[in-house]
Design a protein around this ligand. Structure first.
Ligand SMILES: Cc1ncc(COP(=O)(O)O)c(C=O)c1O
Length: 432
């Protein structure tokens, strides 16, 4: 049997940082990442044979729990028929229909392989549709790692973007305007100044990549109103919340009150396989090649294994699944806040449906990225490692949501509840 240390050391000799996606390296919490051997239901197992109750859920896809037998069987049966054809399959239309059934505004759907591709394509479509270049995004919202979206906020209410990563051309970053989330006046100001140049506003309709920061009442409605008034498009990036917080994602949970022009989906829609999607109004989506002038393509787009996993997942994700996930999240978040209060840890818990996260060391509402950054990350580090020692795997970053699944039953939750008091005490010590 291997150890996590040996696996990490080996990986670091051949993979930059030893990981294929940065947050997996435990950079912000320290220590050795767990190298996973397998996972089942609510549990993951590392290469050293240790079991952990999992609250990461592959960063969202594992709504039904890991390795759901029917999803695995669907993938196996697809695999037996061939891994990839580079030609259309009937299953792709079936998955697109399932998506449209849940979110009817997605009149046309294009399948791609990653959330990054989905948002990149949605933005290209918006630019193609409007003939404009400027993109408005919100500080602290993550939309994947394409150049124009790796842009940090500058100073001031709405600043021309500066690259948030080496290798992003300044000219590309300058096409993105970054505005604080939930800042009604800043959005109004951008539209007042540059409304005729804006191709689209892209938003996480409930932000989940700076911890959970739900929209203030009326914020998404304002985005719709301003984009419509200025001839710009509104993109709901539901890669994380889509099909997770309700059968129709955040758009459904919000009450279908806002009608975005385009949606992006990922994570749950691929059931754990590399699959994502763009959906929207027919006249915009039909601008995509081969019908229209906006190019998008992919050797593995609509891959038969990924499509099979997506179809099986959406078919299984019924009202009972969402009720179980909601109930597990409610139990867990109530226990979390009780344990922290008992240990005297100031904290702020925020929800977006069944997604929640905790900001340690602060109590006021977190409305945007600036306030999210005032949390005490050292307290989270201590909390995280205490939980890990007790066999509970939390997201290795204070800026991520906690994910539960329909397999987080009483026994699974009991493991977390038992671990919480010691972790709360550890974070109290770290806070000093
Ligand atoms: C809201 C949102 N959009 C886009 C992405 C990018 O998706 P992917 O990692 O599949 O490229 C993510 C990933 O976490 C996300 O949370």
């Amino acid at each position: 049997m291997s150890t996590n240390e040996a696996a990490f050391s080996r990986a670091q000799q051949v993979i930059p940082g030893g990981v294929d996606s940065p947050v997996r390296a435990f950079g912000s919490v320290g220590g050795t990442p767990r190298f996973i051997d397998h996972a089942r239901g609510a549990y993951i197992y590392d290469v050293a044979g240790r079991e952990y109750l999992d609250l990461v859920g592959s960063w969202g896809p594992a709504l039904l729990g890991h390795a759901h037998p029917e999803v695995v069987a669907a993938v196996q049966s697809a695999a037996a028929k061939g891994l990839s054809f580079g030609a259309p399959t009937e299953a792709e239309a079936e998955l697109a229909e399932l998506i449209r059934y849940r979110v009817p505004l997605a009149e046309r759907v294009r399948l791609v392989s990653t959330g990054t591709e989905a948002t990149m394509t949605a933005i290209r479509l918006a630019r193609g549709a409007t003939g404009r270049d400027l993109l408005v995004k919100f500080a602290g919202c993550y939309h994947g790692h394409s150049d124009g979206l790796l842009v940090a906020a500058g100073s001031g209410l709405a600043t021309a973007g500066l690259p948030g990563s080496a290798g992003v051309p300044a000219a590309t970053a300058a096409q993105t305007v970054v505005v604080p989330y939930n800042d009604f006046d800043a959005v109004r100001e951008v539209f007042a100044e540059r409304g005729d140049q804006i191709a689209a506003v892209i938003t996480e309709p409930a932000a989940a990549n700076m911890g959970i920061v739900p929209p203030e009442p009326g914020f998404n409605e304002l985005l719709r109103e301003l984009t419509a008034a200025h001839g710009a498009l509104l993109i709901y990036d539901e890669v994380l919340v889509g099909f997770r917080v309700s059968a129709a994602g955040w758009w459904g949970l919000e009450g279908r009150t806002v009608s975005p022009d385009l949606f992006t989906f990922g994570k749950v829609v691929g059931g754990g396989m590399p699959l994502a999607a763009i959906g929207g109004r027919t006249e915009i989506m039909d601008l995509l090649a081969p019908l229209g002038p906006v190019y998008q393509a992919g050797t593995l787009s609509g891959n038969p294994l990924a499509t099979a996993a997506g179809i099986a997942t959406l078919k299984l994700a019924d009202a009972e699944v969402y009720a179980k996930v909601d109930a597990a999240a409610a139990t867990l978040s109530a226990a979390l806040t009780a344990a922290l209060a008992e240990a005297g840890v100031p904290h702020r818990l925020q929800h977006a449906g069944s997604l929640f996260s905790v900001f340690l060391g602060i109590t006021g509402p977190v409305l945007n990225y600036v306030s999210a950054q005032t949390q005490h990350t050292g307290a989270y580090r201590a909390f995280f490692h205490s939980m890990l020692d007790s066999g509970v795997a939390l997201p290795p970053s204070a800026f991520e949501a906690w994910f539960v699944s329909a397999t987080h039953d009483e026994a699974a939750l009991a493991r977390v509840l038992e671990a919480l008091p010691a972790a709360a005490t550890a974070s109290a010590v770290a806070l000093g």
